[in-house]
Design a protein around this ligand. Structure first.
Ligand SMILES: Nc1ncnc2c1ncn2[C@@H]1O[C@H](COP(=O)(O)OP(=O)(O)OP(=O)(O)O)[C@@H](O)[C@H]1O
Ligand SMILES: [Mg+2]
Length: 415
């Protein structure tokens, strides 16, 4: 099989997206196929109907394969759902007096950090070193070659619940694909929307999808916190449907066509026609619609802030930028509202770092699928870690280049 062909599969609550990338010899990632179909077997980022999910995966992958003119057997799959959680853990390795730190010492410290009492039945997805300390000195990114007697590491562990994970695996396998890797969705999103000039900054990425909002905090370009909030664009549409007493589909339609997150951005002269069973059932001024939408968006912001503050500290202090992506980022006024609520610079995140049919995947709703390709490009050779139940190997390999060099080159290769 051609290892240069990569398949990213984002099994979302609203849609299933497959993106096929080809890794060119010059390390450029070309998008060569894309397929998206509505997702009906998912709820809040978790498989609730296996058959429907399998059908959607097959349809999305086939559509992408038709565009690309290739067939793929393995997929990198995003893991979402509110069971996803991140933890920081510490590891320690003693270094023999008179010797310098070797990759094997680093490996040993990381191994120790991954022995972490996970809540209930959780399975580890990622083990990522954040920072090293040598003899108490902090802020070291690559300790290999340094002298010292005490090597400490702070590691981010990302885990999810075994039940939803096994249903996700079953859905992928039943659709005829092997699992090349499982990747936390908030992480994947960040990998595609953070620009190289932001890789040294501390940024928050908020991917507002259909049933969930994925929150990720990147410190100096490294994932330092991830969480899934079980509220997304579908809740906004539900609010509209309930308050206006119209079907969900009609609420979804008017939201996408006329919706805004701040009433000031809505045309005060515009009165929207509402359809009920094919008939016009009255009108609503556009600013009124925005007043229905705004509280839900603010609720998502509030929950994101709370989660971040509990984990890493006051957002205005720990972050210098907020990037909003996901399908619901297309709602006009979301950035303006976020700017006010977070007192941070805010921008819309679109997937980047790819060439070829890049315009097919330029929507913020494609952030995760494209991020999966970036992940595959960078870590594809370490696939064992990501699909075995018992995680045995850390992502740090003694024969690989130092972690930090690789992270830096990752963001450099980007655009
Ligand atoms: N132009 C638009 N204006 C407002 N909302 C939009 C627009 N386009 C899409 N959306 C909303 O985006 C949401 C879907 O986003 P996305 O495709 O990122 O979700 P998903 O990945 O399937 O779901 P999840 O990440 O929660 O599992 C829907 O709720 C949809 O209404
Ligand atoms: Mg999504």
């Amino acid at each position: 099989m051609n290892e240069r062909l990569l398949l990213g599969l984002d099994i979302g609550t609203t849609k299933v997206t497959a993106v096929i990338g080809e890794l060119a010899t010059d390390h450029v990632l070309d998008v060569i196929g894309e397929g998206s179909v509505p997702s009906e077997g998912m709820k809040r980022g978790v498989v609730v109907n296996l058959e429907r999910t399998v059908e959607a995966i097959r349809a999305a992958v086939q559509a992408a394969e038709r565009v690309a003119g290739v067939k793929l057997e393995r997929a990198y799959v995003g893991v979402g759902g509110p069971q996803l959680a991140s933890f920081t853990s510490h590891g320690l390795a003693a270094i023999r007096r008179g010797q310098t730190i070797t990759p094997a010492d680093v490996e040993r410290a990381i191994e120790q950090a991954r022995v972490f009492p996970l809540e209930g039945d959780h399975e580890l997805l990622h083990v990522m070193p954040l920072e090293f300390k040598v003899d108490g000195q902090e802020g070291i990114h690559d300790p290999v070659g340094m002298a010292g007697v005490r090597l400490e590491v702070e590691v981010l562990l990302v885990a999810s619940a075994i039940g939803p994970l096994s249903n996700l695996r079953r859905a992928v396998q039943a659709s005829g694909l092997d699992l090349a890797g499982l990747v936390a969705v908030p992480y994947a999103s960040g990998l595609s929307v953070i620009r190289p000039d932001e890789a040294e900054m501390n940024v928050v990425v908020l991917d507002i999808g259909g049933g969930t909002s994925n929150l990720a905090y990147f410190k100096d370009g490294r994932l330092a916190f991830a969480k899934v909030i079980p509220i997304g664009g579908e809740h906004i549409s539900n609010d509209i449907a309930t308050l206006l007493k119209i079907p969900f589909e009609e609420a979804e339609r008017i939201k996408q066509k006329y919706g805004a997150a701040v009433p000031e951005l809505a045309d005060p002269e515009l009165v929207l026609e509402i359809n009920q069973s094919g008939h016009t059932a009255g009108g609503i001024p556009a600013p009124e619609l925005a007043r229905i939408i705004r509280p839900r968006v603010r609720e998502i912001f509030m929950l994101a802030r709370k989660a971040l503050e509990e984990a890493v500290g006051p957002i205005e202090v720990v972050a210098s930028k907020l990037i909003i992506t996901g399908g619901s980022a297309l709602l006009p006024g979301v950035n303006e509202l976020a700017r006010r609520d977070f007192s941070l610079p805010v921008r819309l995140g679109r997937p980047g770092g790819v060439e070829g049919l890049a315009d097919m995947v330029s929507s913020p709703a494609h952030a995760v699928a494209v991020g999966l390709l970036h992940y595959a490009k960078q870590y594809g050779d370490e696939k064992k870690l990501h699909h075995s139940h018992l995680v045995k190997k850390s992502p740090y390999k003694s024969n690989a280049s130092p972690v930090w060099e690789r992270i830096k080159s990752f963001f450099k290769d980007f655009f």
